[in-house]
Design a protein. Structure first.
Length: 288
């Protein structure tokens, strides 16, 4: 049996200092999200792309304990999608309607834009713990996720960026490949560099196929074709939930006193489920 590639982020910079790229290969964490939420293929693709983007953004935060939360709701049948990543790029996600489904689009691919919708917003909240969270939002462009994040970086962070994400779902509904990249132009980048990056991105016909066949390394080579570059960091990432019994007990205990009294009178155990990982925590009325 062929060994599965581990999920990882590779960061690199061009030798001329004008181009910074982060590539994520996220098959494993995307498949775990699919299993947890019992998602249809098209929802798996939408959530997988969102998880990939959040993972990359989270990995840039640097400060221990920092996190980024991405909210997307374009009015499509999938409803709200949420992805939360820590400063290492570990990520978890939630989708409001994982059973949403649509026929393939006009070119025979999963209709991510249709299931997400484009009548809504993409919001990004960065929490550095010591200060108030930084929040910004932009209108969705297409619901295809990559174009929406490119617009976010351009409008909210004023960083010219190129983004591409993909998820390949097998016939048995498992994830064969997932991930993508974010390329950002650094100050002073000449027009020729911008044009070369645009051409590279346009020449990539399938992000998921490249990741399936060659992993993050091949994705990096394809996106940076024609550029000399050096890798500055490689790190493994995973689907990781931050829930625990103590947090849920605190949340339940913060309910209105009338609700707590009602629970106590019924004398029945209280079950709470985590929306990100499906873990179920049971508390007795006495604990609450």
């Amino acid at each position: 049996m062929r060994k599965r590639k581990v999920d990882k982020i590779i960061k690199a910079i061009s030798d001329d200092g004008y181009v910074f790229i982060s590539v994520v290969s996220s098959r494993g964490l995307t498949d775990r999200a699919r299993i947890i939420h019992n998602a249809t293929p098209v929802v798996t693709a939408a959530l997988g792309r969102t998880l990939a983007a959040a993972s990359i953004i989270g990995s840039t935060l640097k400060k221990p304990g920092a996190s980024v939360t991405v909210h997307i709701n374009g009015g499509g049948p999938a409803g709200t999608m949420i992805a939360v990543a820590d400063e290492s790029g570990n990520v978890r996600g939630f989708v409001q309607n994982p059973s949403a489904d649509l026929p393939t689009n006009a070119i025979g691919k999963l209709d991510v834009g249709g299931v997400v919708g484009k009548d809504g917003m993409l919001s990004v909240i960065k929490d550095y713990l010591e200060t108030a969270p930084y929040a910004s939002a932009t209108e969705l462009v297409s619901g295809e996720i990559a174009e929406d994040f490119a617009a976010y970086f351009s409008e909210s962070e004023q960083i010219p960026s190129a983004c591409a994400f993909g998820v390949l779902v097998d016939r048995d509904l498992s994830v064969l490949a997932a991930g993508g990249f974010i390329i950002q132009l650094l100050p002073g980048a000449p027009v020729g560099v911008i044009d070369a990056i645009d051409e590279n991105v346009a020449n990539i016909s399938s992000v998921s196929a490249i990741l399936r066949d060659g992993g993050a390394e091949s994705m990096l080579e394809s996106a940076m074709s024609g550029f000399s570059f050096h890798i500055i960091e490689t790190r493994e990432v995973e689907y990781r939930c931050a829930c625990n019994r103590e947090r849920f007990l605190a949340a339940v205990s913060s309910l209105e006193s009338s609700e707590l009294d009602d629970m106590r009178q019924k004398g029945e155990p209280i079950e709470v489920s985590c929306q990100f990982c499906g873990a179920i925590y049971t508390f007795s009325p006495e604990e609450v």
